[in-house]
Design a protein around this ligand. Structure first.
Ligand code: PLP
Length: 408
């Protein structure tokens, strides 16, 4: 018998990213930063190698009255002005569905709430085969089974696999809960087209004739999508969901505001009918109160202030980095294509991921490190964090990586 729940796996978390980040750091001390390519860091870095912290955001935060920073939020679901600001910013006029917003500690809080509260222990959640590692950990902590859909069919979203996976799960339970991390999927950088979203929603509407459906759309990186406001237009497709389906959008200030450590985000609950939204809201509010109680008041006040009073400056500052990210990824992808370094279909976002089987990946990852190129292993691939690599480091990198791959 153990001191903690029997059902939870007792193997410690191996933070593989941290281990490699540490190796890259040591290599920089030993051979000089100019001789190391550190493509491990999953946060936005400037060209001079420093973490980007948007001035608009942190000036607003520091100007908040001490009592605003000190006090509790006004409700367990977040401050009403924050909820409105989140809804307006995220949906950008593209949805007419009934909705509620619950403030959460980052996007993690929003995703975790869906994983914990929408399925019974022992039921199955549907996840992408290549994905942010926390999804699987959340499922494990809540004793859920996992079915994975494969992400790509050629250079498109693998609708066939998505459908097959849903059908398989429908045979064993009366509800479907799935995560689609889009746009700017972590770690491949894929974004579904509006037509692909339509196909997904049409299919889920069919499923909802016999099963309840909860679609979790994790949009953590949306504010760095290259299309900006256009990248939010796909939400209008959700207006066509059936009465037996809910969409929950997980939003994060971590990337949008470059405020990773402030731990603020939101779950936006959407459905055709107010009753469905209220059912989910009541449960999420209880979960919030029972776990984190309420959210960082200063972070919520900052978000409202930035969007209400400093929107142009914020957009200008963020767009500078959106363009920089595009410049970096354009170079890497173009050079990778020229030398034949295979990667998953990248459109936008913080990471490009090279595609390979896991056996090759393990050998290749070691070989890259022997050449002072530090990357992160993901399922069936190697993640290259273009978000933190300077243009200088990116130029020529694909060729170097291809040569190392060929020498295995
Ligand atoms: N979703 C994805 C795909 C992510 O990569 C992350 C962070 O890396 C998150 C959600 C949640 O981030 P946070 O909890 O900091 O908002």
């Amino acid at each position: 018998m153990s001191f903690t729940k029997e059902s939870v796996n007792k193997t410690p978390i191996v933070d593989t990213v941290f281990v490699i980040v540490d190796k890259a750091k040591k290599a920089k001390e030993e051979v000089g930063a100019e001789n190391v390519v550190d493509a491990t860091i999953g946060s936005l870095y400037s060209e001079d190698g420093k973490l980007v912290a948007l001035d608009t955001v942190f000036e607003s935060l520091k100007k908040q009255d001490n009592r605003v920073l000190a006090k509790y939020a006004t409700s367990f679901t977040g401050n009403p002005d924050f909820q409105k600001a989140v809804y307006d910013w995220v949906l950008d006029g593209n949805s007419k569905l009934c909705h509620e917003v619950i403030a959460t500690p980052g996007g993690t809080g929003a995703v975790g709430m869906v994983v914990n509260e929408c399925l019974e222990e022992g039921q199955t959640i549907i996840l992408p085969e290549i994905a942010w590692g926390s999804y699987a950990l959340m499922a494990q902590m809540h004793n859920l089974k996992v079915e994975n859909y494969s992400l790509f069919e050629g250079d498109h979203f693998n609708l066939t696999s998505f459908k097959e996976t849903c059908k398989k799960v429908m045979e064993v339970q009366d509800k479907l809960v799935m995560i689609i991390n889009d746009p700017c999927h972590n770690p491949t950088g894929y974004s579904l087209t509006k037509e692909e979203w339509k196909e997904v929603v049409d299919f889920l509407n069919e499923c909802s004739k016999t099963h309840k459906v909860v679609l979790l759309n994790d949009i953590a990186y949306i504010d760095f999508a290259y299309g900006q406001a256009k990248a939010k237009e796909y939400y209008s497709v959700f207006d066509g969901i059936s009465d037996n389906m809910a969409v929950i959008v997980a939003f994060s200030l971590s990337k949008s505001m470059t405020s990773y450590g402030l731990r603020c985000g939101a779950a936006i609950i959407m459905a055709q009918q107010e009753e469905i939204v209220q059912e989910i809201k009541i449960v999420f509010e209880k979960e919030a109160r029972a776990t984190w109680s309420n959210i960082n008041n200063g972070a919520m006040a900052m978000f409202v202030d930035v969007l209400e009073n400093h929107l142009d400056e914020y957009n200008k500052e963020r767009n500078y980095y959106v363009n920089l990210l595009k410049e970096r990824s354009d170079i890497f992808v173009k050079e990778a294509n020229e030398v034949g370094l295979k990667h998953y279909p990248y459109k936008e976002g913080f990471f490009v991921t090279l595609s390979m089987d896991n056996e090759t990946r393990d050998k290749y990852h070691e070989a890259l490190m022997a050449n002072h190129i530090y990357t992160v292993k993901v399922n069936k691939g190697i993640r290259v964090a273009v978000c933190s690599l300077s243009l200088d480091k990116i130029k020529g990198l694909a060729k170097k990586m291809k040569d190392i791959l060929d020498s295995l």
